[in-house]
Write a protein that binds this ligand. Structure first.
Ligand code: FE2
Length: 273
């Protein structure tokens, strides 16, 4: 099998845990927000072990702060590793960004300046993170609302260079590409076409909010038509990559999420018919 999980899954949200445990709907896989399950012996971890008996799970985190200048938080990594050893996820991902500085957590995924120095810095930390976890990581492109004057590269060249130097895989968020393309006026297809096919292991889809002056990546709406079109282009290039629907604000009924995942599967079926 080319991919250890296949098909289109959904992000597991607390609102749906009871239904998923009770109904066991036919979903090929689920992705958890790792940071919500790190308390040892918590009821959340017990739920997770129950769910892991029925579904392949992937871990998606926001706390590694892989681009920060702070030292890696080894306590955080040891908690993630303990959960990895209990649940054995298919893979682990986090974002190519920074979320903390001087020990203060921003709770935002802040982009990095796209420079040679930042490539070396982020890649070295991703390698260190992979060693701490004894697992390969997937790094995800974030949506952004600012650019740095110091950036000397495109975002896609930066992402490719970091993945190459760290020797890690890529979680490609197609919605984030679209949001950033609109906010910074670049061609999203140029982004897709620059990414090496062999490193992409997972795709994310989500819904943004149009604020008029910019698009905001709220994860609070259905996937837009433009992002569905970009997704079709992505899988034409990368193949039938496992795809995940993220929905974090105004979380709808479970069936709405399942319908979005089903729609992604239909796009794949249509592209590869
Ligand atoms: Fe994402």
């Amino acid at each position: 099998m080319k991919h250890p999980v296949q098909g289109c899954g959904i992000g597991l949200r607390f609102q749906h845990i009871d239904q998923i445990v009770d109904r066991k709907p036919p979903i090929p896989w689920l992705e958890i927000l790792t940071d919500n399950y790190l308390l040892p012996g918590s009821v959340q971890q017990d739920y997770l072990l129950d769910i892991a008996e029925h579904y392949p799970l992937t871990f998606h985190g926001v706390g590694m702060s892989l681009g920060s200048t702070d030292p890696l938080d080894t306590e955080y990594f040891s908690r993630v590793k303990a959960l990895v050893e209990r649940v054995n996820p298919v893979w682990i991902s986090d974002h190519l960004c920074w979320t903390s500085v001087h020990g203060l957590v921003t709770h935002d995924l802040i982009p990095l300046p796209y420079t040679e120095e930042t490539i070396r810095h982020a890649a070295q930390r991703i390698r260190q993170a992979q060693e701490l976890l004894e697992r390969r990581l997937l790094i995800e492109n974030v949506s952004s609302y600012l650019q740095y004057q110091q950036s000397a590269l495109s975002e896609w060249d930066f992402l490719c260079a970091v993945a190459e130097e760290a020797d890690c895989d890529i979680l490609l968020d197609v919605n984030n590409i679209y949001v950033s393309a609109c906010n910074h006026d670049f061609d999203p297809l140029a982004y897709l076409n620059a990414i090496p096919v062999e490193r992409v292991r997972e795709i994310h889809l989500a819904g943004y909010e149009d604020r008029g002056t910019h698009l905001l990546d709220t994860h609070g709406y259905p996937v837009s038509d433009a992002v569905w079109a970009l997704y079709a282009a992505a899988i034409q290039r990368f193949g039938a990559i496992p795809t995940l629907i993220e929905w974090d604000n105004n979380v709808p009924e479970l069936d709405t999420l399942l319908a979005e995942a089903h729609k992604a599967a239909k796009v794949q079926a249509h592209v590869f018919a």
